[in-house]
Write a protein that binds this ligand. Structure first.
Ligand code: ATP
Ligand code: HSE
Length: 361
């Protein structure tokens, strides 16, 4: 019998200033997969080694560059990893997936986190594995090995998370090469390898409140910066002073963003950071000037400003005056020869969801 369902996963902004690899907020901009499984039309998916035909909407971010073979696309590779951990080698016969992706790639809005979360939900759903969201986080964290974007995309809202310490045996299961977790695109024969199941509860998280008056302005430069490149410029060690600087602000910020009315005098300084932004300035022309010059004093309604995730997007939190704030930042970027788009985004409260659709012949 045919089955049809939709998977929706929000974009996310990680770090929020001092919360490097800790804080993440889900944003109401959704990666969407329309999935149909119909074995009576299996011939349509015959030319894919894993029984899966992928299409990508023309209006999506990454159209033309995102691979559409199931063993190379991040979403379906992730789903295959989940299936293979559970001894299922392929998608069910006649699986068709149409992807619509409005999340810009490599900009600091959690596109890869959303793709990984979507892939794990897809594997869980097509394999009818019945995993909880908490268990699905474990699979995600085998692939994207910091929990901030992943947790916000899976759980929604404003989250704080950490990776728990693993036992030596669990580390062995977690430290297997990524190529074994996500089989390399090969075009060759399935090796039959069964990857180990991930340890349980790798990631622990809490959801904080978020004052709904606080809106997210994302100013999105028109160039990509991969998370790997943006992490490569960070130091291996920090001074006690810089660590304490961030910890103090992190503790205050999580509560400050819940308070009503939001207090810019508290939020703005609590969003300062000494762990990642200072080092990433060399990769993002104009970042230094923007972080220094756009303040609640210069911009009515602004509460705080930071790099979104690994950048290059800027996240400005504000209660009003969104257009002016965005254009002030866009103008500074443009003086540095960087063109931008911008979006005003609400918080995605619920995180990733699967909606079953009525069966049609
Ligand atoms: N919908 C998608 N389908 C397939 N691959 C995707 C999709 N979204 C993202 N990717 C892959 O993830 C890469 C971007 O990941 P990267 O971690 O560098 O940036 P990001 O997730 O957008 O930013 P950040 O992690 O800082 O928020 C893309 O180049 C692409 O390879
Ligand atoms: N915390 C991560 C988020 C990007 O994936 C970083 O800043 O590198």
């Amino acid at each position: 019998m045919a089955r049809s369902f939709v998977i929706k996963v929000p974009a996310s902004s990680a770090n929020i200033g001092p919360g490097y690899d800790v804080l993440g907020v889900g944003l109401a901009l959704f990666l969407e997969l329309q999935v149909r499984i119909d074995s009576l039309h299996a011939s349509e998916t015959n030319n894919d080694a894993n029984n899966c035909k992928l299409t990508y909407s023309e209006t999506s971010e990454g159209y033309g560059s995102v691979p559409l073979k199931s063993d190379s696309n991040l979403i379906t590779r992730t789903a295959l990893y989940v299936l293979r951990c559970n001894n299922i080698r392929k998608f069910p016969l006649g699986t068709k997936i149409h992807i619509h992706n409005p999340i810009p790639l490599g900009r600091g809005l959690g596109s890869s986190g959303a793709a990984v979360v979507a892939g794990v939900l897809l594997g869980n759903e097509v394999g009818q594995l019945g995993f909880s969201k908490q268990r699905m986080l474990d699979f995600c964290l085998m692939i994207e090995r910091h929990p901030d974007n992943i947790t916000a995309a899976m759980m929604g809202s404003f989250c704080g998370s950490f990776l728990r310490e693993l036992t030596p045996q669990e580390v062995e299961r977690r430290e297997i090469p990524l190529a074994e977790v996500l089989p390399e695109p090969s075009g060759g024969e399935d090796t039959g390898l069964v990857p180990p199941l991930p340890p349980t509860d790798i990631g622990r998280h809490v959801k904080y409140n978020w004052n709904p008056k606080i809106k997210c302005i994302a100013i999105i430069p028109q160039f990509e910066l991969s998370t790997a490149d943006s992490r490569s410029v960070l130091p291996k060690a920090y001074t006690t002073q810089d660590v304490v600087f961030n910890l103090q602000r992190l503790a205050v910020l999580t509560m400050a963003l819940t308070q009503d009315p939001p207090n810019a005098d508290l939020i703005y300084p609590a969003m300062q950071d000494r762990v990642h932004q200072p080092y990433r300035k060399i990769l993002i022309p104009g970042l230094n000037e923007i972080l220094q010059s756009v303040t609640p004093t210069t911009q009515r309604g602004l509460l705080g400003i930071c790099l979104s995730g690994a950048g290059p997007t800027i996240l400005a939190l504000a209660t009003e005056n969104f257009d002016d704030i965005a254009h002030e930042i866009i103008n500074t970027f443009s003086k540095n020869n960087v063109n931008c788009d911008w979006k005003l985004l609400d918080i995605a409260q619920d995180g990733a969801i699967v909606e079953q659709l009525p069966i049609s012949e």
